[in-house]
Design a protein around this ligand. Structure first.
Ligand code: ZN
Length: 435
């Protein structure tokens, strides 16, 4: 198996939630000599230095400073969260006939049927009282602890004709029957802390079924959370592997994309803008210097794309469908839900051509609006030419998604080449990608 794919499988398994994903990426970065900065502390940045900063423990920006004064910022962004079910503050919900369920509500646009009848774990983070301090700790149950039980076909003969899932009734997971162990006591034992020291929590249902490659030629990669952990992994791996360039290189992984990004740590928050401001202040950039740098910069919004479905090709635009194992997808949309335009597309396509990475063009069917993603939201805060890209996958937002196993290494290679570029504006208003 390809080493990049193997490393991704391990990363995916260690990242059941956005907090765990960011923790795993931070470890990856620190192993590559990135220094961890804290937002609440002063920053001392050195030319050629490698740094990472976290917000809320669930979003991360890693960056590399060039040795000389940069002409451009090269920014790639992906997201750390995926659809699931959040556990409400009073987690235990007694029901009829002694059944005790966990009290949950949907997070993002999950494919509900894919969450029923499969083992589910509980993961997230705890805030703990530790002496006079309050500290955060990521936690995950050691294995599955609940199931969302579906109805037997005998009780609803119409099940296979389509079913309208009612989240407050159908999607509450079974935890116990009769005497019910306390969820927080179980999590306290898992984390090696006392139940009474748990002050608050962010918890959700997660699938721990390990991702795998499969097929006669190991052509496919399936698992939970491929959207968007594939791209989150690729933007960070691409940054750590890129050689030195004259540009300021940033890899961003934002939380809360699945619920609109409108949080402090989301793409619609100020995290990227604040981080760029602190970096450019440290480099003694004036306001004009900053605006000049941004005008010549480039952003990749990296989020997975819909592959043409083998059983339902009618949902794809035949001339603009994305195929698994056919390279990096560039997404286009007339309404600019994908922000790709000729400049950003052209610069990215040239970078891919130089790196021998195939690209393919994706448009939604003309009568289907499709989802939006990070790009046009992030641009509200940092306005640079940007292109929406991703990897082709099936069953987006299912608890078990499928992608092409050969595409992920191509995305890492494209990102590596992107971060090694050194774009400059030319005197006649054009662009030069390498000096
Ligand atoms: Zn996504």
């Amino acid at each position: 198996m390809d080493a990049t794919v193997q490393e991704f499988l391990n990363f995916n398994q260690s990242a059941p939630t956005a907090w765990h994903a960011v923790e795993a990426l931070r470890e990856m970065l620190q192993a590559q000599s990135y220094t961890l900065l804290r937002e609440e502390e002063p920053w001392t940045l050195q030319p050629g230095g490698r740094y990472a900063v976290l917000r809320n423990g669930s979003s991360l920006i890693a960056f590399t400073l060039p040795r000389e004064r940069p002409h451009a910022a090269l920014i790639a962004a992906a997201h750390s969260d995926s659809p699931s079910f959040r556990i409400k503050p009073n987690a235990m919900q007694p029901g009829p006939n002694g059944a005790v369920r966990l009290s949950v509500e949907p997070y993002g646009g999950a494919v509900f049927s894919s969450w029923a009848d499969r083992p589910l774990a509980v993961a997230g983070r705890l805030m703990l009282r530790q002496g006079r301090e309050l500290v955060l700790r990521n936690v995950c149950t050691q294995g599955p602890v609940c199931v969302i039980p579906g109805l037997a076909i005998h009780m609803n003969r119409e099940l296979n004709s389509g079913y309208a899932w009612k989240p407050n009734i159908d999607l509450q997971p079974l935890w116990a029957v009769g005497e019910a162990p306390d969820l927080l006591t179980l999590l306290a034992e898992t984390a090696g802390v006392r139940r009474e020291d748990i002050v608050s929590h962010d918890l959700q249902l997660v699938s721990l079924v390990p991702a795998c490659v499969w097929g006669p030629e190991e052509a496919f990669l399936s698992g939970p959370r491929l959207d968007d952990l594939e791209c989150a992994y690729a933007v960070v791996r691409g940054l750590t592997e890129a050689g030195e360039s004259g540009s300021l290189a940033l890899a961003c992984v934002f939380d809360n994309e699945e619920v609109g990004s409108g949080t402090r740590q989301g793409a619609d928050g100020s995290f990227l803008e604040d981080t760029l401001t602190r970096i450019l202040d440290a480099l003694a950039f004036s306001r004009e210097d900053t605006l000049r740098l941004l005008s010549g910069s480039l952003m990749l919004s990296a989020d997975n794309a819909h592959a043409v479905h083998p059983n339902h090709p009618e949902y794809a635009d035949p001339a603009h469908s994305a195929q698994m194992n056919a390279g990096v997808v560039i997404k286009h949309n007339a309404a600019q839900r994908y922000v790709t335009e000729a400049v950003s597309e052209g610069l990215f396509a040239e970078i891919c051509r130089g790196a021998e990475v195939p690209v393919q063009h994706y448009c939604n069917r003309a009568d289907m609006p499709g989802g939006s993603t990070l790009g046009h939201i992030a641009l509200r805060h940092v306005s640079v030419p940007a292109v929406d890209i991703g990897l082709a996958q099936l069953a987006m937002h299912s608890s078990w998604e499928t992608a092409g196993a050969r595409d992920l290494p191509l995305m890492v290679r494209a990102l590596r080449a992107f971060y090694a570029a050194d774009p400059r504006r030319t005197v006649d208003g054009g662009w030069q990608l390498w000096s």
